[in-house]
Design a protein around this ligand. Structure first.
Ligand code: HMG
Ligand code: MG
Length: 298
């Protein structure tokens, strides 16, 4: 019934730190990513090459991407919104780039300042140029399960965007519950529709835990045969252009559950926890994932 193996994609350095009030020092980001590289994680989204006015927390993207110590077997990815972002990502030689847009018109505008229709040609060009440079490309769709501005989102809207992104040539698509409103039944219903159109091996789930449903949604996705999940260590994270968005599904909570279920990830909890305490100290507040609380208390 359960998959033997699951891939965890750590998005803490990007989705996590983009939402922190404080600017984490560049050297600390680099040190944290280097620690994450020693945990057995095979994928780390390290930063984003977006406009520094929009996301000042990640204004040091070029330096972070250039100075981390890359470990063989780990894919280092960065978010890019347009060709200017891609330029930076290629100059820093990331392994993979991620393009992103929304299923909802309003969130798309608030987040990247374009309509959905205006976004397609921009991302198409990014995918073409990234592929030319030999990079793999991941796609994200935000607000698949609900939008902070528009409320519920018709699954057909997300499928329309997914169609376009796959046509452009993305290698994998991550479905975002940007503001953590999804429930397990909805997740299975949305996936049923997606599976009619796209291979499940190319789909990943990106849950935020705003209302405490992220792990339940993981379970619902596992039952459907999804084997790739995005998460952020300690439950860091959120999108500054989605009011009410809070932490991502916590990597440590996800790992605890998968370990207990006998599902392999290759990630070592002890190393992971150490790196969580490192970044917790730099951020200056206790991270709110459940698993870390058990260690914080002891
Ligand atoms: P814009 O103002 O429309 O950009 O912003 P523009 O193309 O009109 O250019 C204006 C100026 O910005 C120009 O400079 C460009 O060079 C510069 P000027 O000529 O005026 O001096 N510029 C850039 N500078 C640096 N890096 C760039 C870049 N592009 C243009 N890449 C833009 C459009 C997309 C740039 C802006 O809206 C932006 O940066 N948005 C970022 C939003 C963001 O990062 N949101 C969070 C990530 S998404 C997320 O969290 C959801 C996810 O986790 C999944 C989920 O949970 O659902 C992925
Ligand atoms: Mg996110």
């Amino acid at each position: 019934k359960w998959p033997k193996q699951v891939t965890i994609k750590e998005v803490g350095p990007r989705d996590g730190l983009q939402n922190e009030k404080a600017f984490i020092e560049t050297k600390d980001k680099i040190a944290w990513i280097n620690q994450l590289s020693q945990t057995g994680l095979t994928y780390i989204e390290i930063t984003s090459f977006v406009h520094p006015k929009w996301i000042p927390q990640l204004a040091d993207a070029a330096e972070v991407a250039a100075k981390i110590k890359k470990v063989q077997g780990v894919t280092y990815a960065a978010l890019v919104p347009n060709l200017k972002g891609l330029e930076g990502a290629l100059a820093a030689n990331v392994d993979e780039v991620s393009v992103f847009m929304s299923a909802s018109e309003t969130h798309n505008r608030k987040n990247i300042n374009k309509s959905i229709a205006e976004t397609f040609p921009v991302l198409q060009e990014v995918v073409i140029q990234a592929k030319k440079a030999g990079k793999t490309v991941r796609g994200y769709i935000s607000t698949v399960f609900g939008c902070p501005y528009e409320g519920s989102i018709d699954v057909e809207q997300a499928i329309k965007v997914a169609d376009k992104l796959f046509e452009m040539g993305i290698d994998e698509l991550s479905l975002g519950d940007t503001i953590g409103v999804a429930n397990p039944r909805q997740v299975q219903e949305v996936l049923e529709e997606f599976f009619k159109r796209f291979p499940k091996e190319k789909l990943a789930m990106h849950f935020h835990n705003t209302r405490g449903t992220a792990l339940a949604n993981v379970l619902a996705s596992l039952e459907m045969g999804i084997t790739t999940f995005d998460s952020a260590l300690g439950g860091l994270g959120g999108c500054p252009y989605a009011p009410g968005a809070s932490g991502n599904l916590a990597t440590d909570d996800l790992l605890y559950m998968l370990d207990g279920m006998g599902i392999e990830t290759g990630v070592q909890m002890e190393q992971l926890a150490k790196s969580a305490f490192f970044i917790q100290e730099k951020i200056g507040r206790k991270l709110n994932s459940h698993y870390l609380q058990t260690l914080n208390k002891s």
